[in-house]
Design a protein around this ligand. Structure first.
Ligand code: PA5
Length: 500
Protein backbone atom coordinates (compact mmCIF):
# COMPACT_ATOMS: atom_id res chain seq x y z
CA UNK A 1 0.00 0.00 0.00
CA UNK A 2 1.33 3.48 -0.86
CA UNK A 3 1.61 6.14 1.80
CA UNK A 4 -1.49 8.02 0.56
CA UNK A 5 -3.57 4.83 0.87
CA UNK A 6 -2.13 4.13 4.33
CA UNK A 7 -2.94 7.70 5.39
CA UNK A 8 -6.53 7.47 4.15
CA UNK A 9 -7.08 4.20 6.01
CA UNK A 10 -5.64 5.52 9.27
CA UNK A 11 -6.82 9.12 9.41
CA UNK A 12 -9.95 10.15 11.33
CA UNK A 13 -11.50 13.59 11.23
CA UNK A 14 -14.50 14.56 13.39
CA UNK A 15 -15.93 17.67 11.75
CA UNK A 16 -18.39 18.31 14.59
CA UNK A 17 -15.52 18.38 17.12
CA UNK A 18 -12.93 20.11 14.94
CA UNK A 19 -10.59 17.30 15.91
CA UNK A 20 -8.71 14.53 14.16
CA UNK A 21 -6.25 11.70 14.71
CA UNK A 22 -3.74 10.20 12.33
CA UNK A 23 -2.34 6.75 13.01
CA UNK A 24 -0.77 6.29 9.57
CA UNK A 25 2.75 6.67 10.93
CA UNK A 26 2.61 4.11 13.69
CA UNK A 27 2.59 0.37 12.99
CA UNK A 28 -0.25 -1.65 14.42
CA UNK A 29 1.98 -4.19 16.18
CA UNK A 30 1.10 -6.11 19.40
CA UNK A 31 -2.56 -6.19 18.52
CA UNK A 32 -4.98 -6.55 21.39
CA UNK A 33 -7.71 -9.17 21.20
CA UNK A 34 -11.31 -8.09 20.72
CA UNK A 35 -12.03 -9.65 24.13
CA UNK A 36 -9.48 -7.37 25.83
CA UNK A 37 -10.87 -4.31 24.08
CA UNK A 38 -14.46 -5.19 24.99
CA UNK A 39 -13.50 -5.83 28.57
CA UNK A 40 -11.71 -2.42 28.78
CA UNK A 41 -14.85 -0.73 27.41
CA UNK A 42 -16.99 -2.62 29.93
CA UNK A 43 -14.67 -1.66 32.80
CA UNK A 44 -14.81 2.02 31.81
CA UNK A 45 -18.62 1.75 31.59
CA UNK A 46 -18.75 0.26 35.10
CA UNK A 47 -16.40 2.99 36.37
CA UNK A 48 -18.72 5.68 35.00
CA UNK A 49 -21.68 4.00 36.66
CA UNK A 50 -19.95 4.30 40.02
CA UNK A 51 -17.98 1.06 40.52
CA UNK A 52 -15.08 1.14 43.01
CA UNK A 53 -12.51 1.44 40.21
CA UNK A 54 -9.80 2.67 42.59
CA UNK A 55 -9.54 -0.60 44.49
CA UNK A 56 -6.52 0.15 46.70
CA UNK A 57 -8.16 3.28 48.10
CA UNK A 58 -11.69 1.81 47.99
CA UNK A 59 -12.92 4.81 45.98
CA UNK A 60 -15.10 5.57 43.03
CA UNK A 61 -13.63 7.46 40.09
CA UNK A 62 -15.97 10.24 39.11
CA UNK A 63 -14.20 12.79 36.93
CA UNK A 64 -16.46 11.96 33.97
CA UNK A 65 -19.52 13.07 36.01
CA UNK A 66 -18.07 16.57 36.31
CA UNK A 67 -19.03 17.27 32.69
CA UNK A 68 -22.13 15.07 32.65
CA UNK A 69 -23.62 15.29 36.15
CA UNK A 70 -26.68 13.37 35.01
CA UNK A 71 -24.44 10.28 34.91
CA UNK A 72 -23.49 10.50 38.58
CA UNK A 73 -24.81 7.47 40.44
CA UNK A 74 -26.58 9.45 43.18
CA UNK A 75 -28.70 12.57 43.34
CA UNK A 76 -26.62 14.26 46.06
CA UNK A 77 -23.47 13.93 43.92
CA UNK A 78 -25.34 15.41 40.96
CA UNK A 79 -26.49 18.36 43.05
CA UNK A 80 -23.02 18.94 44.48
CA UNK A 81 -21.50 19.08 40.98
CA UNK A 82 -24.14 21.39 39.53
CA UNK A 83 -24.36 23.56 42.64
CA UNK A 84 -20.57 23.99 42.84
CA UNK A 85 -20.38 24.95 39.18
CA UNK A 86 -23.08 27.58 39.66
CA UNK A 87 -21.37 28.95 42.76
CA UNK A 88 -18.08 29.19 40.88
CA UNK A 89 -19.74 31.15 38.10
CA UNK A 90 -21.47 33.62 40.39
CA UNK A 91 -18.38 34.07 42.58
CA UNK A 92 -16.20 34.69 39.51
CA UNK A 93 -18.74 37.11 38.05
CA UNK A 94 -18.77 39.07 41.32
CA UNK A 95 -14.97 39.25 41.43
CA UNK A 96 -14.77 40.25 37.77
CA UNK A 97 -17.42 42.94 38.13
CA UNK A 98 -15.73 44.33 41.24
CA UNK A 99 -18.67 43.44 43.50
CA UNK A 100 -16.19 41.34 45.45
CA UNK A 101 -13.07 43.47 45.71
CA UNK A 102 -10.06 44.29 47.86
CA UNK A 103 -10.53 47.20 50.32
CA UNK A 104 -8.69 49.56 47.96
CA UNK A 105 -10.24 48.47 44.67
CA UNK A 106 -10.89 45.51 42.34
CA UNK A 107 -8.58 42.53 42.43
CA UNK A 108 -5.96 42.74 39.68
CA UNK A 109 -3.82 39.71 40.59
CA UNK A 110 -4.73 36.06 41.14
CA UNK A 111 -2.21 33.96 43.05
CA UNK A 112 -2.85 30.20 42.81
CA UNK A 113 -1.08 28.00 45.32
CA UNK A 114 -1.09 24.23 44.75
CA UNK A 115 1.10 21.45 43.41
CA UNK A 116 0.82 18.41 41.10
CA UNK A 117 -2.79 17.70 40.26
CA UNK A 118 -3.73 20.88 42.10
CA UNK A 119 -1.74 23.02 39.63
CA UNK A 120 -0.93 21.31 36.32
CA UNK A 121 -4.46 21.38 34.88
CA UNK A 122 -4.80 25.10 35.57
CA UNK A 123 -1.36 25.70 34.12
CA UNK A 124 -2.39 23.86 30.93
CA UNK A 125 -5.60 25.89 30.70
CA UNK A 126 -3.98 29.26 31.33
CA UNK A 127 -1.04 28.61 29.04
CA UNK A 128 -3.60 27.98 26.31
CA UNK A 129 -6.15 30.64 27.25
CA UNK A 130 -4.46 33.63 28.84
CA UNK A 131 -6.41 35.53 31.50
CA UNK A 132 -8.26 38.56 30.18
CA UNK A 133 -8.16 40.86 33.23
CA UNK A 134 -6.43 39.37 36.25
CA UNK A 135 -2.70 38.74 36.16
CA UNK A 136 -2.18 35.11 37.12
CA UNK A 137 0.65 33.77 39.29
CA UNK A 138 1.40 30.27 40.56
CA UNK A 139 3.29 29.01 43.59
CA UNK A 140 3.71 25.31 42.78
CA UNK A 141 6.82 24.43 44.77
CA UNK A 142 8.45 25.13 48.11
CA UNK A 143 11.47 27.02 46.80
CA UNK A 144 11.84 30.33 48.69
CA UNK A 145 13.61 31.87 45.68
CA UNK A 146 10.64 30.85 43.53
CA UNK A 147 8.31 32.51 46.05
CA UNK A 148 10.34 35.72 45.88
CA UNK A 149 10.23 35.83 42.09
CA UNK A 150 6.44 35.60 42.15
CA UNK A 151 6.15 38.13 44.99
CA UNK A 152 8.36 40.55 43.08
CA UNK A 153 6.10 40.22 40.03
CA UNK A 154 3.08 40.99 42.21
CA UNK A 155 5.02 43.95 43.62
CA UNK A 156 2.87 46.95 44.45
CA UNK A 157 -0.31 45.05 43.61
CA UNK A 158 -0.11 42.99 46.80
CA UNK A 159 -3.19 44.61 48.30
CA UNK A 160 -5.13 43.81 45.12
CA UNK A 161 -4.15 40.13 45.10
CA UNK A 162 -6.71 37.38 45.46
CA UNK A 163 -5.39 34.04 46.69
CA UNK A 164 -6.72 30.60 45.72
CA UNK A 165 -5.17 27.77 47.73
CA UNK A 166 -5.88 24.36 46.21
CA UNK A 167 -5.10 21.13 48.02
CA UNK A 168 -7.35 18.08 47.99
CA UNK A 169 -5.85 16.73 51.21
CA UNK A 170 -5.35 20.21 52.64
CA UNK A 171 -2.10 19.08 54.24
CA UNK A 172 0.49 18.93 51.44
CA UNK A 173 3.64 20.73 52.66
CA UNK A 174 4.48 22.65 49.49
CA UNK A 175 1.22 24.64 49.31
CA UNK A 176 1.25 24.98 53.10
CA UNK A 177 4.69 26.62 52.91
CA UNK A 178 3.63 28.82 49.99
CA UNK A 179 0.62 30.00 51.97
CA UNK A 180 2.78 30.71 55.04
CA UNK A 181 5.25 32.73 52.95
CA UNK A 182 2.46 34.74 51.33
CA UNK A 183 0.84 35.38 54.69
CA UNK A 184 4.20 36.54 56.06
CA UNK A 185 4.53 38.96 53.14
CA UNK A 186 1.02 40.33 53.71
CA UNK A 187 1.70 40.77 57.43
CA UNK A 188 4.93 42.66 56.71
CA UNK A 189 2.86 45.44 55.12
CA UNK A 190 -0.03 45.28 57.56
CA UNK A 191 -2.35 43.17 55.40
CA UNK A 192 -3.96 39.79 56.08
CA UNK A 193 -5.61 36.84 54.34
CA UNK A 194 -9.05 37.99 55.42
CA UNK A 195 -11.16 39.14 52.51
CA UNK A 196 -8.78 37.81 49.88
CA UNK A 197 -8.25 34.05 50.42
CA UNK A 198 -10.26 31.18 48.89
CA UNK A 199 -9.78 27.45 49.55
CA UNK A 200 -10.42 24.54 47.19
CA UNK A 201 -10.18 21.38 49.26
CA UNK A 202 -12.03 18.36 50.69
CA UNK A 203 -14.62 18.97 53.36
CA UNK A 204 -13.07 18.84 56.82
CA UNK A 205 -9.46 18.86 55.60
CA UNK A 206 -7.01 20.95 57.68
CA UNK A 207 -7.19 23.65 54.99
CA UNK A 208 -11.00 23.62 55.02
CA UNK A 209 -11.09 23.91 58.79
CA UNK A 210 -8.68 26.83 58.74
CA UNK A 211 -10.59 28.63 55.98
CA UNK A 212 -13.81 28.17 57.97
CA UNK A 213 -12.33 29.34 61.28
CA UNK A 214 -10.81 32.43 59.68
CA UNK A 215 -13.89 33.18 57.52
CA UNK A 216 -12.03 33.17 54.24
CA UNK A 217 -13.76 34.76 51.28
CA UNK A 218 -15.05 31.42 49.94
CA UNK A 219 -14.54 27.64 50.04
CA UNK A 220 -15.14 25.25 47.14
CA UNK A 221 -15.16 21.47 47.51
CA UNK A 222 -12.99 18.66 46.19
CA UNK A 223 -14.36 15.15 46.56
CA UNK A 224 -12.64 11.89 47.37
CA UNK A 225 -13.97 10.43 44.10
CA UNK A 226 -11.82 12.86 42.09
CA UNK A 227 -8.07 12.30 41.71
CA UNK A 228 -5.73 15.31 41.67
CA UNK A 229 -4.53 14.57 38.14
CA UNK A 230 -8.10 14.34 36.83
CA UNK A 231 -9.45 17.32 38.75
CA UNK A 232 -9.24 20.05 36.12
CA UNK A 233 -13.01 19.84 35.48
CA UNK A 234 -13.74 20.35 39.20
CA UNK A 235 -13.34 23.59 41.17
CA UNK A 236 -9.57 22.95 41.01
CA UNK A 237 -9.51 23.95 37.33
CA UNK A 238 -12.84 25.73 36.95
CA UNK A 239 -12.45 28.36 39.65
CA UNK A 240 -9.19 29.94 38.41
CA UNK A 241 -10.45 29.57 34.84
CA UNK A 242 -13.74 31.35 35.56
CA UNK A 243 -11.91 34.10 37.46
CA UNK A 244 -9.65 34.58 34.44
CA UNK A 245 -12.53 34.88 31.99
CA UNK A 246 -12.36 31.40 30.42
CA UNK A 247 -15.67 30.08 29.14
CA UNK A 248 -15.91 27.13 31.52
CA UNK A 249 -19.15 25.91 29.94
CA UNK A 250 -17.37 25.58 26.60
CA UNK A 251 -14.47 23.77 28.28
CA UNK A 252 -16.84 21.29 29.94
CA UNK A 253 -18.83 20.93 26.70
CA UNK A 254 -15.64 19.96 24.85
CA UNK A 255 -14.81 17.34 27.49
CA UNK A 256 -18.39 16.01 27.43
CA UNK A 257 -18.37 15.80 23.62
CA UNK A 258 -15.15 13.78 23.69
CA UNK A 259 -16.61 11.55 26.42
CA UNK A 260 -19.57 10.76 24.17
CA UNK A 261 -17.20 9.90 21.30
CA UNK A 262 -15.06 7.65 23.46
CA UNK A 263 -17.70 5.42 25.07
CA UNK A 264 -18.40 3.48 21.90
CA UNK A 265 -16.58 0.66 20.14
CA UNK A 266 -16.26 2.09 16.63
CA UNK A 267 -13.86 4.90 15.71
CA UNK A 268 -13.23 5.65 19.35
CA UNK A 269 -10.26 8.08 19.48
CA UNK A 270 -9.26 7.28 23.08
CA UNK A 271 -9.47 3.55 22.51
CA UNK A 272 -7.41 3.87 19.34
CA UNK A 273 -4.86 6.01 21.12
CA UNK A 274 -4.52 3.56 24.02
CA UNK A 275 -4.26 0.69 21.53
CA UNK A 276 -1.49 2.54 19.68
CA UNK A 277 0.34 3.12 22.98
CA UNK A 278 0.03 -0.57 23.74
CA UNK A 279 1.41 -1.45 20.31
CA UNK A 280 4.31 0.98 20.61
CA UNK A 281 5.27 0.04 24.16
CA UNK A 282 4.66 -3.74 23.92
CA UNK A 283 2.29 -3.10 26.84
CA UNK A 284 5.27 -2.59 29.09
CA UNK A 285 6.57 0.93 28.63
CA UNK A 286 9.27 -0.17 26.20
CA UNK A 287 8.89 3.12 24.30
CA UNK A 288 8.66 6.63 25.68
CA UNK A 289 5.97 9.02 24.53
CA UNK A 290 7.38 12.33 23.30
CA UNK A 291 4.72 15.04 23.24
CA UNK A 292 5.28 17.69 20.60
CA UNK A 293 2.55 20.29 20.14
CA UNK A 294 3.40 22.74 17.36
CA UNK A 295 1.82 25.56 19.29
CA UNK A 296 3.17 27.80 22.04
CA UNK A 297 -0.26 27.95 23.68
CA UNK A 298 0.05 24.22 24.39
CA UNK A 299 3.34 24.45 26.26
CA UNK A 300 1.55 23.16 29.36
CA UNK A 301 0.45 19.96 27.63
CA UNK A 302 3.64 17.92 28.13
CA UNK A 303 3.92 18.48 31.91
CA UNK A 304 0.18 17.90 32.23
CA UNK A 305 0.33 14.60 30.32
CA UNK A 306 3.51 13.62 32.10
CA UNK A 307 1.63 13.61 35.38
CA UNK A 308 -1.61 12.18 34.00
CA UNK A 309 0.08 9.24 32.30
CA UNK A 310 3.06 8.52 34.56
CA UNK A 311 1.25 8.87 37.89
CA UNK A 312 -1.58 6.70 36.56
CA UNK A 313 0.39 3.97 34.80
CA UNK A 314 3.70 3.97 36.69
CA UNK A 315 2.94 1.23 39.23
CA UNK A 316 4.89 -1.47 41.02
CA UNK A 317 2.04 -3.99 41.16
CA UNK A 318 -0.87 -4.97 38.99
CA UNK A 319 -4.38 -5.24 40.39
CA UNK A 320 -3.70 -8.80 41.51
CA UNK A 321 -0.76 -7.58 43.61
CA UNK A 322 1.94 -9.09 41.39
CA UNK A 323 5.07 -7.01 40.90
CA UNK A 324 5.02 -5.72 37.31
CA UNK A 325 6.87 -2.36 37.41
CA UNK A 326 4.60 -0.79 34.79
CA UNK A 327 4.98 2.66 33.28
CA UNK A 328 4.89 4.84 30.21
CA UNK A 329 7.48 7.60 30.18
CA UNK A 330 6.28 10.98 28.88
CA UNK A 331 8.34 14.03 28.06
CA UNK A 332 8.32 16.86 25.57
CA UNK A 333 7.95 20.54 25.13
CA UNK A 334 6.89 22.00 21.79
CA UNK A 335 7.78 22.31 18.14
CA UNK A 336 9.52 23.72 16.41
CA UNK A 337 11.63 24.75 19.44
CA UNK A 338 12.54 21.14 20.24
CA UNK A 339 13.77 20.51 16.70
CA UNK A 340 16.77 22.53 17.79
CA UNK A 341 17.46 20.25 20.75
CA UNK A 342 16.53 16.59 21.30
CA UNK A 343 14.79 15.91 17.98
CA UNK A 344 18.32 15.19 16.72
CA UNK A 345 18.32 12.02 18.85
CA UNK A 346 14.76 11.16 17.85
CA UNK A 347 15.74 11.11 14.21
CA UNK A 348 19.17 9.54 14.39
CA UNK A 349 19.64 7.98 17.81
CA UNK A 350 17.99 5.44 20.09
CA UNK A 351 14.80 3.86 18.81
CA UNK A 352 12.95 3.88 22.15
CA UNK A 353 10.05 6.28 21.64
CA UNK A 354 7.00 7.29 19.68
CA UNK A 355 5.94 10.90 19.16
CA UNK A 356 2.52 12.38 19.79
CA UNK A 357 2.39 15.43 17.55
CA UNK A 358 -0.30 18.01 18.14
CA UNK A 359 -1.10 20.07 15.07
CA UNK A 360 -3.22 23.23 15.32
CA UNK A 361 -4.78 24.39 12.05
CA UNK A 362 -5.81 27.92 13.00
CA UNK A 363 -3.83 30.30 15.19
CA UNK A 364 -5.65 32.13 18.01
CA UNK A 365 -4.78 35.56 16.68
CA UNK A 366 -5.48 36.27 13.06
CA UNK A 367 -2.19 36.10 11.19
CA UNK A 368 -3.08 39.06 9.04
CA UNK A 369 0.33 40.57 8.45
CA UNK A 370 2.66 39.00 5.87
CA UNK A 371 5.39 38.17 8.39
CA UNK A 372 2.95 36.52 10.83
CA UNK A 373 1.28 34.55 8.03
CA UNK A 374 4.64 33.28 6.85
CA UNK A 375 5.64 32.38 10.42
CA UNK A 376 2.48 30.24 10.73
CA UNK A 377 3.21 28.54 7.42
CA UNK A 378 6.73 27.74 8.62
CA UNK A 379 5.40 26.26 11.87
CA UNK A 380 3.14 23.90 9.90
CA UNK A 381 6.00 23.22 7.49
CA UNK A 382 8.32 22.26 10.33
CA UNK A 383 5.68 19.93 11.78
CA UNK A 384 5.05 18.21 8.43
CA UNK A 385 8.74 17.99 7.61
CA UNK A 386 9.79 16.62 10.99
CA UNK A 387 7.02 14.03 10.98
CA UNK A 388 8.07 12.95 7.50
CA UNK A 389 11.78 12.85 8.40
CA UNK A 390 11.06 10.67 11.43
CA UNK A 391 8.80 8.37 9.43
CA UNK A 392 11.52 7.97 6.78
CA UNK A 393 13.79 6.59 9.52
CA UNK A 394 11.06 4.28 10.81
CA UNK A 395 10.41 6.44 13.89
CA UNK A 396 6.69 6.13 14.78
CA UNK A 397 4.28 8.95 15.52
CA UNK A 398 0.62 9.68 16.12
CA UNK A 399 -0.83 13.08 15.21
CA UNK A 400 -3.65 14.81 17.04
CA UNK A 401 -5.12 17.67 15.00
CA UNK A 402 -7.13 20.53 16.52
CA UNK A 403 -8.93 23.04 14.38
CA UNK A 404 -7.96 25.70 16.91
CA UNK A 405 -7.01 26.19 20.54
CA UNK A 406 -9.96 27.39 22.59
CA UNK A 407 -11.77 26.35 25.77
CA UNK A 408 -13.77 23.71 23.89
CA UNK A 409 -10.75 22.07 22.25
CA UNK A 410 -8.79 22.00 25.52
CA UNK A 411 -11.80 20.16 26.98
CA UNK A 412 -11.57 17.69 24.07
CA UNK A 413 -7.87 17.09 24.73
CA UNK A 414 -8.30 16.62 28.48
CA UNK A 415 -11.09 14.07 28.04
CA UNK A 416 -9.28 12.29 25.21
CA UNK A 417 -6.17 11.64 27.28
CA UNK A 418 -8.03 10.92 30.51
CA UNK A 419 -9.94 8.11 28.85
CA UNK A 420 -6.94 6.84 26.87
CA UNK A 421 -5.13 6.48 30.21
CA UNK A 422 -8.16 4.66 31.63
CA UNK A 423 -8.19 2.19 28.71
CA UNK A 424 -4.44 1.70 28.85
CA UNK A 425 -4.65 1.01 32.61
CA UNK A 426 -7.19 -1.70 31.78
CA UNK A 427 -4.97 -3.19 29.07
CA UNK A 428 -1.98 -3.48 31.40
CA UNK A 429 -4.10 -4.29 34.48
CA UNK A 430 -2.97 -1.54 36.86
CA UNK A 431 -5.01 0.70 39.14
CA UNK A 432 -4.70 3.96 37.19
CA UNK A 433 -6.28 5.98 40.00
CA UNK A 434 -4.04 5.61 43.04
CA UNK A 435 -0.55 7.08 43.66
CA UNK A 436 1.19 5.12 46.42
CA UNK A 437 4.62 6.31 45.20
CA UNK A 438 3.68 10.00 45.62
CA UNK A 439 2.44 9.29 49.12
CA UNK A 440 5.59 7.30 50.00
CA UNK A 441 7.64 10.30 48.82
CA UNK A 442 5.65 12.60 51.12
CA UNK A 443 6.30 10.26 54.09
CA UNK A 444 10.03 10.00 53.29
CA UNK A 445 10.29 13.81 53.27
CA UNK A 446 8.55 13.92 56.67
CA UNK A 447 11.16 11.51 58.10
CA UNK A 448 14.09 13.56 56.81
CA UNK A 449 12.58 16.81 58.16
CA UNK A 450 12.06 15.14 61.49
CA UNK A 451 15.81 14.30 61.51
CA UNK A 452 16.56 17.98 60.79
CA UNK A 453 14.52 19.03 63.83
CA UNK A 454 16.42 16.54 66.02
CA UNK A 455 19.78 17.84 64.72
CA UNK A 456 18.82 21.49 65.31
CA UNK A 457 17.72 20.70 68.85
CA UNK A 458 20.95 18.86 69.63
CA UNK A 459 23.19 21.56 68.15
CA UNK A 460 21.19 24.25 69.90
CA UNK A 461 21.59 22.57 73.25
CA UNK A 462 25.31 22.01 72.71
CA UNK A 463 25.86 25.48 71.23
CA UNK A 464 27.71 23.94 68.29
CA UNK A 465 28.07 25.26 64.74
CA UNK A 466 26.87 22.81 62.05
CA UNK A 467 29.63 21.01 60.19
CA UNK A 468 29.40 17.92 58.00
CA UNK A 469 32.61 16.60 59.57
CA UNK A 470 30.66 15.99 62.77
CA UNK A 471 28.09 13.75 61.04
CA UNK A 472 29.19 10.51 62.72
CA UNK A 473 29.24 12.11 66.16
CA UNK A 474 25.85 13.81 65.72
CA UNK A 475 24.18 10.68 64.30
CA UNK A 476 25.55 8.64 67.20
CA UNK A 477 24.37 11.22 69.76
CA UNK A 478 20.90 11.03 68.23
CA UNK A 479 21.05 7.25 68.22
CA UNK A 480 20.52 7.35 64.42
CA UNK A 481 23.77 5.87 63.16
CA UNK A 482 21.96 4.34 60.17
CA UNK A 483 21.14 7.89 59.06
CA UNK A 484 24.70 9.22 59.16
CA UNK A 485 24.71 10.12 55.46
CA UNK A 486 21.50 12.11 55.80
CA UNK A 487 22.87 13.72 58.97
CA UNK A 488 25.94 14.78 56.96
CA UNK A 489 23.72 16.29 54.24
CA UNK A 490 21.67 18.24 56.82
CA UNK A 491 24.78 19.52 58.59
CA UNK A 492 26.21 20.76 55.30
CA UNK A 493 22.87 22.38 54.45
CA UNK A 494 22.75 24.12 57.84
CA UNK A 495 26.34 25.30 57.42
CA UNK A 496 25.41 26.87 54.06
CA UNK A 497 22.34 28.53 55.61
CA UNK A 498 24.52 30.12 58.28
CA UNK A 499 26.42 32.18 55.67
CA UNK A 500 27.16 35.79 56.44
O1 PA5 B 1 -2.48 13.71 41.43
C1 PA5 B 1 -2.21 13.65 42.62
O2 PA5 B 1 -2.86 12.96 43.40
C2 PA5 B 1 -1.08 14.46 43.21
O3 PA5 B 1 -0.26 15.02 42.23
C3 PA5 B 1 -1.67 15.58 44.07
O4 PA5 B 1 -2.46 16.38 43.25
C4 PA5 B 1 -0.57 16.41 44.71
O5 PA5 B 1 0.25 15.59 45.51
C5 PA5 B 1 -1.16 17.52 45.57
O6 PA5 B 1 -1.97 16.98 46.56
P1 PA5 B 1 -3.05 17.86 47.30
O7 PA5 B 1 -4.03 18.34 46.28
O8 PA5 B 1 -3.67 16.95 48.32
O9 PA5 B 1 -2.31 19.00 47.94
Amino acid sequence: MGSWEIFQKNWLWFEDLGFGLDFSKIANSNELSEKTIRSALDAMGALERGAIANGTEGRRVGHYWLRAPELAPEEDIRQEIVGTRERIKSFAAAVRSGAIAAPDGPFTELLCIGIGGSALGSQLLHGALPPDRLRLHFLDNTDPDGFMRVFQKIGKKLSRTMLVVTSKSGSTPEPRNGLAAFEELLRSVGLSLAGRAVAVTCVNSPLERRAKEESWLARFPMWDWIGGRTSVCSAVGLLPAALCGTDIDAFLAGAAAMDRRTRIRENNPALMLATAWYGATCGHGRSDMVVLPYCDALRGLSPYLQQLVMESIGKRCNREGEVVHQGLTVYGNRGSTDQHSYVQQLRDGLENFFVTFVEVLRRQEQSDTPARRIAGEYLEGFFLGTREALAAEGRPSVTVTLRQVDAYSIGLLVALFERAVGFYGEFVDVNAYDQPGVEAGKRAADRSLELLEAIKKLLGEEGKKPNGKDAEMVAAALDRKNETEMTFKWLEFLRAQARG
